[in-house]
Design a protein around this ligand. Structure first.
Ligand code: ADP
Ligand code: MG
Length: 243
């Protein structure tokens, strides 16, 4: 289970994440929707300290980190137990698909090379890339690169996978293959937080939907509640704009 309490992030005077409280149970999929610039990426990035929050508490199972007192060990723990799937894939250019998946297993999880290769191969098979393992990112389509990114996250076997608009950088014809891989991961019971503008996908896959605006959670509920009967006027306006 992941729990975020009273989280704040400022960039200088710009208060981007304002007192966010969020709980994700094991095996749940939480979708975060909301306008561009509202702080969704920053919120995800605070969870693994890619951004340093000003205050709040982040807990993964019974490991609780007060962000104002986070030690190197705490940050390492959060990083080892979470994985991020980025909008721009963020693959290592000079490494092949299999080497990209192996990287975190070897450097962060201290797995030996041989075992890491076996694991990486398994997950690349899993995302349908059995015939692309030795390709470099530039030799892969966007959809294939993102599937490598997802294989990399899955292979780490984290407590939670954080997806930051995983299909936003893709050509439309490649969105489906990536969503299929995410859907399969959800069905396997992976715990995930997904920021996405793919409303029909969110509706289908999420256990809970969070509407985020100007750094705060405005409304949250089941997809049915948020999409069919939004309570908040701002949620209604946002949904009317995107649908
Ligand atoms: P979203 O993902 O919802 O589009 P972001 O979290 O990327 O929103 O950004 C929220 C706000 O924080 C924006 O105004 C953005 O310009 C600002 N911001 C994001 N990252 C930084 C940064 N590293 N330094 C300064 N401002 C930032
Ligand atoms: Mg973003």
């Amino acid at each position: 289970m992941i729990q975020i309490k009273g989280l704040h992030k400022k960039f200088g005077k710009h208060h981007v994440v304002k007192d966010v409280n969020l709980t994700v149970e094991d095996g749940q999929v939480i979708a975060i929707i909301g306008p561009s610039g509202s702080g969704k990426s920053t919120l995800l990035r605070c969870i693994d300290f890619l951004e340093t929050p000003q205050s709040g508490v982040i807990a993964l199972d019974d490991f609780t980190v007060d962000v104002t007192k986070a030690s190197k060990r705490d940050i390492l723990y959060l990083r080892r137990n979470t994985a991020m799937v980025f909008q721009q894939f963020n693959l290592l250019k000079y490494k092949t698909a299999v080497e990209n998946v192996m990287e975190g297993l070897v450097t962060v999880q201290k797995m030996n090379e041989k075992e890491a290769r076996v694991t990486a191969n398994t997950y690349l098979d899993h995302v349908g890339l059995h015939d692309r393992k030795d390709y470099y990112p530039r030799e892969l389509s966007g959809g294939q690169q993102q599937r490598v990114g997802i294989a990399r996250a899955l292979a780490l076997n984290p407590k939670v996978i954080l997806f930051d608009e995983p299909t936003s950088a893709l050509d439309p014809e490649m969105v489906g293959e990536v969503l299929a891989v995410i859907r399969a991961a959800a069905k396997e019971g992976r715990t995930m937080i997904i920021v996405s503008h793919e409303m029909s996908f969110v509706r289908e896959i999420a256990d809970r939907v969070v509407f985020f605006e100007e750094g705060s959670i405005v409304e949250e509920g089941t997809p049915e509640e948020v999409f069919r009967q939004p309570k908040n006027e701002r949620t209604k306006q946002f949904l009317a704009r995107v649908n």
